[in-house]
Design a protein around this ligand. Structure first.
Ligand SMILES: Cc1cc2nc3c(=O)[nH]c(=O)nc-3n(C[C@H](O)[C@H](O)[C@H](O)COP(=O)(O)OP(=O)(O)OC[C@H]3O[C@@H](n4cnc5c(N)ncnc54)[C@H](O)[C@@H]3O)c2cc1C
Length: 309
């Protein structure tokens, strides 16, 4: 692994050894990564991925870590952060953004340009790349609605795919299904009045503050919404599981769909609560909940396959 790290440094890539992953996730949980690498442009990002694949070294692509739960044992391999891939530009109603741009930043920039579209996504603490992978959304809007085309890396080639080819649907996309990596994207927004856009953003943020436990670290909703408009938060509330703690992890007493870190929670505490909720919901309603957050083990072969296939 050290050989490839030397090569990354030679081409100017920022590398940190033994980096705590808890500093890079909104859950504030996770052990150390052997190496934490920050490519400064898309070409270098592709170079890193290509080299790691060639040498069969486990790696994980990280945006803001707002949908990720790393193991307490950390990650035996290389975490590649997209935080420096953060260019964006506006041209009329078209917006270009690199994968590491934050959704909230883009929503604010769109507001400055009197462009409407991103208001509902304002407040989601993730990046364009993480959001496109899982078709993030809120208040009836999904990021897939706004996309024109996405630049992807398949491990060998850089390709552009149009929205139609990306099969966006509820929290799913071709990007996740085929383990493609997002490099950048074009979005189509609509001119509107700045005051109307601002009011919508304010309103959505007010609802988030009212309903979500934003005073604690978390990774947002833990489970995907089941079919037929069933809300996991409501099921958890009806089962009287809100406020239940394991270690420092707690099923939020404000929103039953969130698990929060009340201090020094371990990944295993969170996983315990996830399994507990799944079991109780299945026993009471016969419903199998699907986890939305990504749980990353320390160095599992299937994970290597997942990211490298
Ligand atoms: C308080 C709070 C509120 C939230 N509210 C919402 C909400 O309203 N709606 C919603 O949908 N989500 C919500 N989330 C979850 C989360 O913010 C989103 O899923 C977000 O889009 C994840 O982006 P990220 O950059 O943090 O992804 P990360 O957690 O860094 O990564 C998530 C997955 O995406 C992959 N990934 C990251 N970058 C790339 C890339 N460039 N190419 C390919 N794969 C990549 C990672 O490998 C990983 O598998 C919330 C989270 C929190 C903490």
């Amino acid at each position: 692994m050290r050989d490839v790290i030397k090569e990354f440094m030679l081409v100017g890539c920022e590398v940190i050894e033994n980096e705590p992953l808890s500093s890079h996730t909104t859950f504030r949980i996770g052990g150390y990564a052997d190496f934490f690498v920050k490519p400064f442009d898309r070409e270098m990002f592709c170079f890193c991925v290509r080299e790691l694949k060639k040498r069969k070294i486990p790696f994980f692509i990280l945006g803001r870590g707002s949908n990720t739960l790393f193991s307490d044992q950390g990650f035996r391999g290389i975490v590649i952060s997209t935080e420096q891939l953060n260019d964006f530009s506006f041209d009329g109603e078209t917006v270009f953004a690199e994968t590491g741009v934050s959704l909230t930043k883009l929503a604010v920039e769109a507001l400055k340009h009197s462009l409407s579209g991103f208001e509902e996504l304002f407040g989601i603490p993730g990046t364009i790349g993480g959001a496109l992978r899982m078709n993030s959304g809120a208040f009836g809007r999904e990021i897939g609605d706004l996309v024109e085309k996405v630049e992807l890396f398949d491990g060998e080639n850089r390709i552009w795919l149009s929205k139609e080819k990306l099969c966006f649907r509820y929290r799913k996309s071709l990007i996740a299904e085929q383990n493609l990596l997002v490099l950048s994207a074009y979005f189509k927004l609509k001119h509107s009045q700045i005051e109307i856009i601002k009011e919508k953003m304010r309103n959505y943020m007010r609802i988030r503050i009212e309903k979500q436990p934003l005073n604690y670290p978390s990774a947002g909703s833990v489970f995907r919404r089941p079919a037929n408009n069933i809300y996991v938060g409501k099921l958890v509330e009806d089962l009287k599981l809100k406020g239940l703690k394991h270690g420092d992890a707690m099923i939020s007493d404000k929103h039953g769909g969130f698990i929060v870190n009340t201090g020094n929670a371990k990944a295993e505490d969170v996983i315990f609560l996830i399994n507990f909720i799944k079991k109780k919901v299945f026993e009471s309603y016969g419903l199998e909940l699907e986890t939305e957050i990504e749980i990353v083990e320390d160095s599992i072969p299937q994970f290597m396959e997942a990211q490298q296939s």
